[in-house]
Design a protein around this ligand. Structure first.
Ligand code: FO1
Length: 306
């Protein structure tokens, strides 16, 4: 069964890992958010692409969900001595990715080609696609500090500022990266992973052409919010600050124009009657690899019933 998944950061990566253990590599394509990308020390950093590829390459730091396993931080320690910018932790092995990506981008290679080259180097056989090769950047407009880049909001300010609005600069003129529309059209099913709807999935679905391609497909979403809170990150806080009571039902409503089915956690079983489309109620909290595999298999079985 050919599956195309939409994913952003850490939460999405866990389900992608599960799917990669259940499906043959040629059956899984992943369209990844690049709205979190930014230039830091002159380097083009693509955090969500790195989180997904590190996870599929078995190199991800299992504790933080981002960055590399068995990493060292000699560079950042030396930067500290110099009074440099150390708010965004760059590991030594991680740094090689940012250096080489930046070198290739500066030579004119599109981000999708760079990603494909890195996947080949790491032996990753699934198709990993940035949502676009154009510069689309998530901008968080906050009460306290005005407009912040995503990383300034999420890391530098620890997502404390109150969100007034979110927009994606450059998205009006962006186009899907090569292979993205085909990955959607050729999929037997599309899965919206349990990433942040506002800043991980919306940037993808709002790229001109992607939303309309998605509407033609059987799509399910796995709620990243369980009994009103997110497992990790600002998703629930963003719902609240956008004036919406955070819940799995709110997540359904956020995506409702696309969805054929919806997956919520056992804890939210009592709310499934509020979802007017087929639902799967199961364990969506993924603490172990087995949890990831079980959820992936349940989601695929569910897709096949739709
Ligand atoms: N997230 C943090 O909370 N603190 C960091 O210092 C940090 C560094 C970092 C370095 C490389 C990378 O690829 C990701 C990194 N992240 C860090 C995560 C990053 O902010 C992602 O955007 C989030 O995971 C959300 O997608």
């Amino acid at each position: 069964m050919k599956i195309t998944a939409l994913a952003g950061g850490v939460g999405g990566a866990k389900l992608i890992d599960g799917l990669s253990r259940v499906l043959n590599p040629s059956e899984l394509s992943v369209i990844v958010n690049t709205g979190d990308d930014f230039i830091h020390y002159g380097l083009h950093i693509s955090p969500d692409l790195d989180t997904i590829t590190y996870t599929l390459g078995g190199m991800a730091n299992p504790f933080s969900g981002w960055g590399r396993f068995e990493e060292t931080y000699n560079m950042i320690s030396s930067l500290e001595v110099l009074g440099g910018q150390t708010w965004f932790l760059l590991g030594d092995k991680d740094l090689a990715v940012h250096l080489e990506r930046t070198r290739l981008l500066n030579q004119g290679y599109p981000l999708s080609s760079v990603t494909s080259k890195f996947c080949h180097a790491w032996g990753i056989k699934q198709l990993i696609l940035p949502m676009t090769d154009n510069d689309v950047r998530t901008v968080i407009d906050t009460v306290e500090s005005g407009e912040l880049s995503f990383q300034q909001y999420f890391v530098e300010n620890k997502y404390r500022p109150q969100v007034k609005n979110i927009h994606f600069s450059g998205i009006e003129t962006a186009s899907p990266a090569p292979g993205v529309l085909e990955a959607i059209e050729q999929a037997d099913g599309v899965i919206i992973s349990p990433s942040n709807p506002w800043v991980s999935i919306d940037p993808i679905s709002h790229i001109p052409g992607i939303g309309s391609a998605l509407k033609k497909k059987i799509i399910i979403a796995v709620s990243p919010i369980i009994s009103g809170s997110a497992i990790k990150g600002p998703a629930a806080k963003m719902f609240s600050e956008m004036g919406i009571q955070p819940s799995s039902v709110a997540v359904f409503r956020h995506y409702s124009q696309y969805l054929s089915g919806f997956v919520l956690d056992n804890i939210d079983k009592s709310r499934s009657h509020e979802i007017p489309i087929p639902t799967l109620v199961t364990q969506t909290i993924m603490k172990s690899t087995q949890d990831r595999v079980s959820l992936a298999q349940s989601v695929i079985d569910f897709l096949q019933t739709l």
